[in-house]
Ligand binder design. Structure first.
Ligand code: XMP
Length: 321
């Protein structure tokens, strides 16, 4: 079925919120529902809409999959607590790292994230709670790229002919499926979410797993996590759409203390874009790049090379995996 896009310039925020709250209430009725919050702007908006419609009949989980950014799980849980929304933290680290063992192919990685999240973890959580529905923040851009066969976004099912009820045992509700990022940000602001959420750069569902080329292990995630923290600190004032650090699989020869150091490579990407469908590398000042590289090679153990990607999307994509 063709999804009817609602463009940001055509969005009537109040009307959309009221309509979705009504729709959600009438679909869920007196049943229970479960909500998957990642802290990104999409799932944060869905969380606010869902709780507006269902109150305590919606249970919200944040799954700590071991591949989030530093301190993110605790930060998001406490931010929503301040907004009056109780979020339960679920420790799924073991499930995810077990699923990643031995996998290097990008689509297999994405499939491992999907299966672990929707089947193993939410299959169990929804089943135990007797809920019938899972809420998630899929937007139109996720659907477009998946259907075009470019990249299987972790959260797209029906458009690929997958029935979540049959496959995972619950129905999925996607209130934002007609929107793209700019429209979602307008809703986030109207729903009272703080600026750090509604202005948050996008972050992929497969999290740091989308930024590790080669096998995903706790150690390699820790390397990219440290590089990500520095990259976000150094580039957050640039006004760019998204900025990220990628850990490469190949090592290169560097030198440290006068000796060969066959070390790790980090690639930086920083994008100008409005909706992630096309993007251009930001023309960062050389001083900014040098400072960033300097911090990464001194603060992230094992890294001897930092590069900056200057390719357009397309043919590049925003993430590496
Ligand atoms: P790409 O890498 O396809 O990314 O150019 C386009 C936008 O989508 C984000 N992204 C994802 N978001 N699940 C998501 O929710 C995913 O599997 C996923 N993969 C990429 C990416 O960060 C960018 O903003």
């Amino acid at each position: 079925m063709q999804i009817q896009e609602i463009k940001a310039e055509d969005l009537n925020v109040e009307e959309f919120i009221n309509q979705k709250v009504q729709e959600i209430s009438s679909i869920v009725g007196e049943e229970l529902a479960i909500n998957a919050l990642s802290g990104g702007v999409d799932s944060s908006v869905v969380t606010m809409l869902g709780h507006k419609a269902l109150g305590a009949r919606l249970k919200t989980y944040f799954v700590d999959n071991g591949i989030m950014r530093e301190g993110e799980p605790e930060k998001i849980v406490s931010l929503f607590k301040e907004l009056g929304v109780n979020v339960e933290l679920f420790d799924g680290k073991k499930e995810f790292f077990d699923a990643f063992k031995g996998i290097t192919d990008p689509e297999e990685k994405r499939e491992a994230v999907t299966q672990t999240f929707y089947k193993d973890i939410f299959g169990k959580l929804v089943g135990e709670s007797s809920a019938k529905y899972l809420f998630q923040g899929t937007i139109l851009t996720d659907v477009d790229e998946t259907v075009a066969g470019i990249k299987r976004q972790h959260n797209v099912f029906e458009q690929l002919g997958i029935d979540p009820q049959e496959t995972f045992g619950y129905k999925i509700i996607e209130p934002l499926i007609q929107l793209r990022k700019p429209a979602v940000r307008m809703l986030a602001k109207a729903l009272g979410l703080p600026e750090e959420i509604y202005e948050r750069p996008p972050f992929p569902g497969p999290a740091l797993a989308a930024r590790v080329i080669g096998e995903i292990t706790p150690e390699r995630i820790e390397t990219v996590r440290k590089a990500t923290k520095i990259t976000e600190e150094e580039l957050c004032q640039t006004g760019a759409f998204q900025y990220l650090a990628i850990l490469h699989k190949d090592r290169v020869t560097g030198m440290r203390d006068g000796k060969r150091d066959f070390g790790l490579q980090i690639e930086i990407r920083c994008w100008d874009s409005t909706d992630a469908r096309t993007a251009s590398p930001t023309r960062l000042p050389h001083e900014t790049l040098e400072k960033l590289a300097g911090r990464i090679i001194t603060e992230v153990p094992g890294v001897v090379s930092v590069t900056y990607n200057i390719t357009q999307k397309p043919p590049s994509t925003i993430e590496a995996v």
